[in-house]
Design a binder for this molecule. Structure first.
Ligand code: SAM
Length: 381
Protein backbone atom coordinates (compact mmCIF):
# COMPACT_ATOMS: atom_id res chain seq x y z
CA UNK A 1 0.00 0.00 0.00
CA UNK A 2 1.50 3.40 -0.93
CA UNK A 3 2.43 5.74 1.87
CA UNK A 4 -0.36 8.30 2.02
CA UNK A 5 -1.40 10.87 4.61
CA UNK A 6 -4.92 11.53 5.83
CA UNK A 7 -5.41 14.20 3.16
CA UNK A 8 -4.70 11.68 0.43
CA UNK A 9 -1.24 13.01 -0.43
CA UNK A 10 1.16 10.24 -1.50
CA UNK A 11 4.60 10.52 0.07
CA UNK A 12 7.14 9.92 -2.66
CA UNK A 13 9.93 12.40 -1.81
CA UNK A 14 12.39 11.97 1.03
CA UNK A 15 15.02 14.46 2.16
CA UNK A 16 17.80 13.17 4.35
CA UNK A 17 20.04 15.59 6.20
CA UNK A 18 23.36 13.85 6.74
CA UNK A 19 24.82 16.54 9.00
CA UNK A 20 23.73 19.86 10.47
CA UNK A 21 27.27 21.21 10.27
CA UNK A 22 27.85 23.84 7.62
CA UNK A 23 30.95 25.59 6.31
CA UNK A 24 28.93 28.71 5.38
CA UNK A 25 27.22 31.07 7.79
CA UNK A 26 24.70 32.69 5.49
CA UNK A 27 23.38 35.76 7.26
CA UNK A 28 19.70 34.99 6.59
CA UNK A 29 20.07 31.40 7.83
CA UNK A 30 22.48 31.37 10.76
CA UNK A 31 23.46 33.65 13.62
CA UNK A 32 27.14 32.98 13.00
CA UNK A 33 27.61 32.03 16.65
CA UNK A 34 26.02 28.62 16.67
CA UNK A 35 27.47 25.48 15.15
CA UNK A 36 25.93 22.06 14.85
CA UNK A 37 23.25 21.36 17.44
CA UNK A 38 22.44 17.76 16.63
CA UNK A 39 24.56 14.73 15.94
CA UNK A 40 24.61 12.66 12.82
CA UNK A 41 24.26 8.93 12.25
CA UNK A 42 26.42 6.34 10.50
CA UNK A 43 25.45 6.08 6.82
CA UNK A 44 24.23 2.53 7.37
CA UNK A 45 21.44 3.86 9.57
CA UNK A 46 20.28 6.39 6.96
CA UNK A 47 20.51 3.62 4.37
CA UNK A 48 18.22 1.38 6.35
CA UNK A 49 15.70 4.20 6.81
CA UNK A 50 15.88 4.93 3.08
CA UNK A 51 15.43 1.26 2.19
CA UNK A 52 12.31 0.97 4.33
CA UNK A 53 10.87 4.16 2.86
CA UNK A 54 11.68 3.21 -0.73
CA UNK A 55 9.83 -0.02 -0.02
CA UNK A 56 6.85 2.14 0.96
CA UNK A 57 6.73 4.21 -2.22
CA UNK A 58 9.48 6.82 -1.97
CA UNK A 59 10.89 7.44 -5.47
CA UNK A 60 13.16 10.39 -4.91
CA UNK A 61 15.77 11.03 -2.25
CA UNK A 62 17.56 14.33 -1.78
CA UNK A 63 20.63 14.53 0.41
CA UNK A 64 21.03 17.77 2.26
CA UNK A 65 22.25 19.33 5.49
CA UNK A 66 23.90 21.45 6.95
CA UNK A 67 26.40 20.99 4.18
CA UNK A 68 26.23 17.37 3.00
CA UNK A 69 29.62 17.44 1.28
CA UNK A 70 31.30 17.94 4.65
CA UNK A 71 30.56 14.29 5.39
CA UNK A 72 33.23 11.83 4.33
CA UNK A 73 31.73 8.78 2.65
CA UNK A 74 28.94 10.59 0.84
CA UNK A 75 29.98 9.11 -2.54
CA UNK A 76 29.80 5.58 -1.14
CA UNK A 77 26.44 6.40 0.43
CA UNK A 78 25.08 7.52 -2.95
CA UNK A 79 26.39 4.31 -4.48
CA UNK A 80 24.45 2.26 -1.92
CA UNK A 81 21.30 4.33 -2.36
CA UNK A 82 21.49 3.83 -6.11
CA UNK A 83 21.05 0.09 -5.57
CA UNK A 84 17.58 0.61 -4.07
CA UNK A 85 14.68 -0.05 -6.42
CA UNK A 86 11.62 2.09 -6.01
CA UNK A 87 8.21 0.41 -6.02
CA UNK A 88 5.99 1.18 -8.97
CA UNK A 89 8.99 1.81 -11.22
CA UNK A 90 10.01 -1.78 -11.50
CA UNK A 91 11.91 -2.84 -14.60
CA UNK A 92 9.62 -3.94 -17.35
CA UNK A 93 10.00 -7.58 -18.26
CA UNK A 94 11.91 -8.28 -21.46
CA UNK A 95 8.73 -9.54 -23.06
CA UNK A 96 7.31 -6.00 -22.77
CA UNK A 97 10.19 -4.63 -24.83
CA UNK A 98 10.47 -4.37 -28.58
CA UNK A 99 12.39 -6.99 -30.54
CA UNK A 100 15.52 -4.90 -30.83
CA UNK A 101 15.57 -4.35 -27.10
CA UNK A 102 15.19 -8.06 -26.49
CA UNK A 103 18.37 -8.53 -28.48
CA UNK A 104 20.05 -6.60 -25.63
CA UNK A 105 18.39 -8.35 -22.70
CA UNK A 106 17.64 -6.43 -19.54
CA UNK A 107 19.31 -6.05 -17.18
CA UNK A 108 22.61 -7.79 -18.01
CA UNK A 109 23.58 -5.64 -20.96
CA UNK A 110 22.15 -2.46 -19.58
CA UNK A 111 24.27 -0.48 -17.14
CA UNK A 112 22.17 1.00 -14.34
CA UNK A 113 23.21 4.51 -15.30
CA UNK A 114 24.96 6.22 -18.12
CA UNK A 115 27.58 8.82 -17.27
CA UNK A 116 26.56 10.58 -20.47
CA UNK A 117 22.97 10.80 -19.43
CA UNK A 118 22.71 14.42 -18.43
CA UNK A 119 18.94 14.61 -18.12
CA UNK A 120 18.10 11.05 -17.23
CA UNK A 121 16.71 10.29 -20.69
CA UNK A 122 19.84 9.16 -22.44
CA UNK A 123 20.52 5.68 -23.69
CA UNK A 124 22.77 3.19 -21.99
CA UNK A 125 26.39 3.09 -23.05
CA UNK A 126 27.29 0.49 -25.59
CA UNK A 127 23.77 0.14 -26.97
CA UNK A 128 23.28 0.56 -30.69
CA UNK A 129 21.84 3.96 -31.65
CA UNK A 130 19.26 2.10 -33.71
CA UNK A 131 17.64 0.49 -30.68
CA UNK A 132 17.70 3.60 -28.55
CA UNK A 133 13.94 4.12 -28.55
CA UNK A 134 13.25 0.52 -27.56
CA UNK A 135 15.45 0.68 -24.50
CA UNK A 136 13.77 1.76 -21.28
CA UNK A 137 14.90 5.10 -19.87
CA UNK A 138 16.54 5.31 -16.45
CA UNK A 139 13.12 5.85 -14.85
CA UNK A 140 11.66 2.78 -16.56
CA UNK A 141 14.61 0.84 -15.28
CA UNK A 142 13.41 1.50 -11.76
CA UNK A 143 16.27 3.67 -10.62
CA UNK A 144 15.81 5.89 -7.64
CA UNK A 145 16.06 9.61 -8.34
CA UNK A 146 18.93 10.72 -6.07
CA UNK A 147 19.59 14.43 -5.77
CA UNK A 148 21.89 16.58 -3.66
CA UNK A 149 21.53 20.11 -2.34
CA UNK A 150 24.87 21.74 -1.59
CA UNK A 151 26.41 25.17 -1.23
CA UNK A 152 28.84 23.98 -3.91
CA UNK A 153 32.00 24.97 -2.04
CA UNK A 154 33.42 21.42 -2.12
CA UNK A 155 31.61 20.22 -5.22
CA UNK A 156 34.23 20.59 -7.95
CA UNK A 157 36.40 17.77 -6.64
CA UNK A 158 33.60 15.23 -6.12
CA UNK A 159 31.11 15.98 -8.90
CA UNK A 160 32.37 13.26 -11.23
CA UNK A 161 32.58 10.65 -8.47
CA UNK A 162 29.04 11.50 -7.35
CA UNK A 163 27.75 11.14 -10.87
CA UNK A 164 29.54 7.85 -11.32
CA UNK A 165 28.12 6.60 -8.01
CA UNK A 166 24.59 7.21 -9.26
CA UNK A 167 23.65 10.74 -8.24
CA UNK A 168 21.00 11.97 -10.66
CA UNK A 169 21.29 15.72 -10.23
CA UNK A 170 22.52 18.51 -8.06
CA UNK A 171 21.12 21.79 -6.78
CA UNK A 172 23.60 24.46 -5.75
CA UNK A 173 22.60 27.27 -3.43
CA UNK A 174 23.96 30.67 -4.39
CA UNK A 175 22.47 33.96 -3.32
CA UNK A 176 24.49 36.43 -5.39
CA UNK A 177 26.40 36.39 -8.66
CA UNK A 178 28.56 39.23 -7.45
CA UNK A 179 31.62 37.75 -5.64
CA UNK A 180 31.85 40.51 -3.07
CA UNK A 181 28.17 40.31 -2.16
CA UNK A 182 28.45 36.53 -2.09
CA UNK A 183 31.20 36.78 0.52
CA UNK A 184 29.13 39.13 2.64
CA UNK A 185 26.14 36.77 2.59
CA UNK A 186 28.08 33.57 3.29
CA UNK A 187 30.61 35.18 5.64
CA UNK A 188 33.30 33.19 3.83
CA UNK A 189 35.92 35.02 1.74
CA UNK A 190 36.56 33.96 -1.86
CA UNK A 191 33.86 31.32 -1.99
CA UNK A 192 32.24 32.51 -5.19
CA UNK A 193 34.89 31.18 -7.58
CA UNK A 194 34.87 27.83 -5.85
CA UNK A 195 31.09 27.52 -6.12
CA UNK A 196 31.17 28.55 -9.76
CA UNK A 197 33.81 25.88 -10.38
CA UNK A 198 31.53 23.40 -8.60
CA UNK A 199 28.59 24.28 -10.84
CA UNK A 200 30.71 23.92 -13.96
CA UNK A 201 32.20 20.62 -12.76
CA UNK A 202 28.72 19.27 -12.05
CA UNK A 203 27.59 20.14 -15.56
CA UNK A 204 30.67 18.55 -17.04
CA UNK A 205 30.18 15.41 -14.95
CA UNK A 206 26.67 14.94 -16.35
CA UNK A 207 24.76 16.09 -13.27
CA UNK A 208 22.65 18.45 -15.30
CA UNK A 209 20.50 20.28 -15.65
CA UNK A 210 22.14 21.95 -12.67
CA UNK A 211 19.75 24.03 -10.59
CA UNK A 212 20.99 27.10 -8.77
CA UNK A 213 18.79 28.18 -5.86
CA UNK A 214 18.77 31.79 -4.69
CA UNK A 215 16.89 32.98 -1.60
CA UNK A 216 15.85 36.61 -2.03
CA UNK A 217 15.58 39.10 0.82
CA UNK A 218 14.25 42.58 0.37
CA UNK A 219 16.83 45.32 0.48
CA UNK A 220 19.56 42.76 0.53
CA UNK A 221 19.94 40.88 -2.74
CA UNK A 222 16.85 41.56 -4.84
CA UNK A 223 19.09 43.61 -7.15
CA UNK A 224 20.57 40.22 -8.13
CA UNK A 225 17.38 39.12 -9.95
CA UNK A 226 18.41 40.36 -13.38
CA UNK A 227 22.07 39.35 -13.04
CA UNK A 228 20.83 35.86 -12.14
CA UNK A 229 18.64 35.88 -15.28
CA UNK A 230 21.77 36.57 -17.33
CA UNK A 231 23.71 33.97 -15.37
CA UNK A 232 21.10 31.30 -16.16
CA UNK A 233 21.49 31.97 -19.86
CA UNK A 234 25.25 32.27 -19.89
CA UNK A 235 25.99 29.23 -17.71
CA UNK A 236 23.16 27.02 -19.00
CA UNK A 237 21.72 26.40 -15.53
CA UNK A 238 18.19 26.64 -14.15
CA UNK A 239 18.11 29.49 -11.66
CA UNK A 240 15.37 29.18 -9.06
CA UNK A 241 14.40 31.98 -6.74
CA UNK A 242 13.04 30.99 -3.35
CA UNK A 243 10.87 33.15 -1.15
CA UNK A 244 12.42 33.69 2.26
CA UNK A 245 10.65 31.64 4.96
CA UNK A 246 10.64 32.07 8.75
CA UNK A 247 13.17 29.33 9.40
CA UNK A 248 16.26 31.33 10.32
CA UNK A 249 18.21 31.13 13.58
CA UNK A 250 17.94 34.88 14.14
CA UNK A 251 14.15 35.08 13.91
CA UNK A 252 14.36 38.25 11.83
CA UNK A 253 11.78 37.18 9.21
CA UNK A 254 8.92 39.52 8.41
CA UNK A 255 6.35 39.45 5.66
CA UNK A 256 7.92 42.64 4.31
CA UNK A 257 11.30 40.91 3.88
CA UNK A 258 9.84 38.45 1.36
CA UNK A 259 10.43 39.23 -2.32
CA UNK A 260 7.37 37.60 -3.87
CA UNK A 261 6.88 35.64 -7.05
CA UNK A 262 4.95 38.48 -8.70
CA UNK A 263 7.72 40.95 -7.94
CA UNK A 264 10.38 38.60 -9.31
CA UNK A 265 8.53 38.11 -12.58
CA UNK A 266 7.96 41.88 -12.90
CA UNK A 267 11.58 42.72 -12.14
CA UNK A 268 12.91 40.15 -14.59
CA UNK A 269 10.66 41.60 -17.31
CA UNK A 270 12.80 44.75 -17.17
CA UNK A 271 15.51 42.54 -18.65
CA UNK A 272 13.41 40.07 -20.68
CA UNK A 273 9.83 38.83 -20.18
CA UNK A 274 9.31 35.40 -18.67
CA UNK A 275 6.77 32.97 -20.13
CA UNK A 276 5.38 30.34 -17.74
CA UNK A 277 5.83 26.75 -18.92
CA UNK A 278 4.09 23.55 -17.73
CA UNK A 279 5.32 21.77 -14.63
CA UNK A 280 4.57 18.51 -12.86
CA UNK A 281 1.80 18.59 -10.27
CA UNK A 282 4.12 17.87 -7.35
CA UNK A 283 6.82 20.28 -8.55
CA UNK A 284 7.34 23.03 -6.02
CA UNK A 285 8.77 25.51 -8.53
CA UNK A 286 6.78 27.40 -11.11
CA UNK A 287 8.79 27.24 -14.31
CA UNK A 288 9.47 30.00 -16.83
CA UNK A 289 11.41 30.51 -20.03
CA UNK A 290 12.56 33.82 -21.40
CA UNK A 291 10.51 35.09 -24.33
CA UNK A 292 13.23 34.10 -26.80
CA UNK A 293 13.14 30.50 -25.54
CA UNK A 294 16.59 30.65 -24.01
CA UNK A 295 17.23 30.02 -20.31
CA UNK A 296 14.98 28.59 -17.62
CA UNK A 297 13.96 30.30 -14.38
CA UNK A 298 12.03 28.72 -11.53
CA UNK A 299 10.26 30.41 -8.66
CA UNK A 300 9.48 28.61 -5.42
CA UNK A 301 6.87 30.66 -3.64
CA UNK A 302 5.82 28.93 -0.42
CA UNK A 303 4.82 32.24 1.16
CA UNK A 304 2.84 34.02 -1.57
CA UNK A 305 1.64 30.90 -3.43
CA UNK A 306 1.72 27.94 -0.99
CA UNK A 307 1.75 24.45 -2.50
CA UNK A 308 1.04 22.37 0.62
CA UNK A 309 -1.91 20.66 -1.08
CA UNK A 310 0.54 18.87 -3.38
CA UNK A 311 3.23 18.20 -0.80
CA UNK A 312 4.70 14.74 -1.31
CA UNK A 313 7.63 15.16 1.07
CA UNK A 314 8.94 14.06 4.41
CA UNK A 315 12.33 14.71 5.93
CA UNK A 316 14.79 12.83 8.08
CA UNK A 317 17.06 15.00 10.18
CA UNK A 318 20.75 14.24 10.70
CA UNK A 319 19.93 12.70 14.08
CA UNK A 320 17.30 10.41 12.62
CA UNK A 321 14.02 12.21 13.36
CA UNK A 322 11.18 12.34 10.86
CA UNK A 323 9.70 15.75 10.10
CA UNK A 324 6.48 15.81 8.16
CA UNK A 325 6.63 19.55 7.38
CA UNK A 326 9.34 22.23 7.40
CA UNK A 327 7.15 24.01 9.94
CA UNK A 328 6.49 21.05 12.21
CA UNK A 329 6.58 21.93 15.88
CA UNK A 330 7.60 18.41 16.78
CA UNK A 331 9.52 15.57 15.17
CA UNK A 332 9.32 11.80 15.40
CA UNK A 333 12.25 9.73 16.58
CA UNK A 334 12.72 7.05 13.93
CA UNK A 335 16.26 6.35 15.09
CA UNK A 336 15.00 5.61 18.62
CA UNK A 337 12.81 2.89 17.09
CA UNK A 338 15.85 1.41 15.38
CA UNK A 339 17.90 1.61 18.54
CA UNK A 340 15.32 -0.34 20.49
CA UNK A 341 15.59 -3.12 17.87
CA UNK A 342 12.50 -2.55 15.70
CA UNK A 343 12.22 -4.78 12.63
CA UNK A 344 11.78 -3.22 9.17
CA UNK A 345 8.07 -4.03 9.38
CA UNK A 346 7.81 -2.23 12.72
CA UNK A 347 9.67 0.77 11.31
CA UNK A 348 7.25 0.85 8.38
CA UNK A 349 4.31 0.74 10.78
CA UNK A 350 5.80 3.57 12.82
CA UNK A 351 6.36 5.64 9.66
CA UNK A 352 2.75 5.07 8.57
CA UNK A 353 1.53 6.39 11.92
CA UNK A 354 3.76 9.46 11.63
CA UNK A 355 2.74 10.25 8.05
CA UNK A 356 -0.90 9.89 9.02
CA UNK A 357 -0.38 12.99 11.18
CA UNK A 358 1.31 15.10 8.49
CA UNK A 359 0.25 18.73 8.79
CA UNK A 360 -2.31 19.94 6.26
CA UNK A 361 -0.44 23.18 5.54
CA UNK A 362 1.88 25.79 6.97
CA UNK A 363 0.61 28.97 8.62
CA UNK A 364 3.31 31.44 7.57
CA UNK A 365 2.17 35.04 8.07
CA UNK A 366 -1.02 34.07 9.93
CA UNK A 367 -1.76 35.21 13.49
CA UNK A 368 -1.68 31.60 14.73
CA UNK A 369 1.78 30.90 13.21
CA UNK A 370 4.00 28.97 15.61
CA UNK A 371 7.71 28.87 14.68
CA UNK A 372 9.09 25.49 13.70
CA UNK A 373 10.89 23.55 16.40
CA UNK A 374 14.12 23.65 14.34
CA UNK A 375 15.63 26.14 11.96
CA UNK A 376 16.46 25.34 8.33
CA UNK A 377 20.12 24.41 8.78
CA UNK A 378 19.16 21.89 11.49
CA UNK A 379 16.25 20.43 9.53
CA UNK A 380 17.83 20.01 6.12
CA UNK A 381 16.68 22.37 3.39
N1 SAM B 1 24.23 23.56 2.64
C1 SAM B 1 23.31 23.16 1.61
C2 SAM B 1 23.01 24.33 0.71
O1 SAM B 1 23.56 25.40 0.91
O2 SAM B 1 22.24 24.15 -0.22
C3 SAM B 1 22.03 22.52 2.10
C4 SAM B 1 21.37 23.12 3.29
S1 SAM B 1 20.70 24.74 3.07
C5 SAM B 1 19.94 24.96 4.64
C6 SAM B 1 19.39 24.41 1.94
C7 SAM B 1 18.72 25.59 1.31
O3 SAM B 1 17.89 26.24 2.25
C8 SAM B 1 19.63 26.65 0.75
O4 SAM B 1 19.27 26.89 -0.59
C9 SAM B 1 19.33 27.86 1.58
O5 SAM B 1 19.48 29.02 0.85
C10 SAM B 1 17.90 27.61 1.93
N2 SAM B 1 17.42 28.37 3.08
C11 SAM B 1 18.02 28.54 4.27
N3 SAM B 1 17.25 29.29 5.08
C12 SAM B 1 16.14 29.60 4.38
C13 SAM B 1 14.97 30.38 4.66
N4 SAM B 1 14.79 30.95 5.86
N5 SAM B 1 14.03 30.49 3.71
C14 SAM B 1 14.20 29.89 2.50
N6 SAM B 1 15.28 29.15 2.18
C15 SAM B 1 16.23 29.02 3.11
Amino acid sequence: MPLTDKFGRAITDLRISITDRCNYKCVYCRTGNEGALYGDLPFDDYLRMARVLVGMGVMKIRLTGGEPLLRKGVVEFVRELAKLEPQGLKPRSTSDLGGAAQAAPFPDNVPTRSTNDAVGMGHPRGVDEGVRHSIPSDKDLGNLDIALTTNGHLLADVAQALNDAGLTRVTVSMDAVDPERFARITRVPNGFDQVLAGIRAAKKAGLGPVKVNCVLLRGFNEDQIIPFGMFAREEGVIVRFIEFMPLEEDRMWSQASVVTLDEIVARMAEYRPLIEIPRGQSETARRYRFDDGEGEIGIIAPVSHPFCGHCSRIRITSDGKIRTCLFSVWDHDLFAQMRRGATDEELAEYIRGVVERKEERHHIGEPDFVPASRTMVHIGG
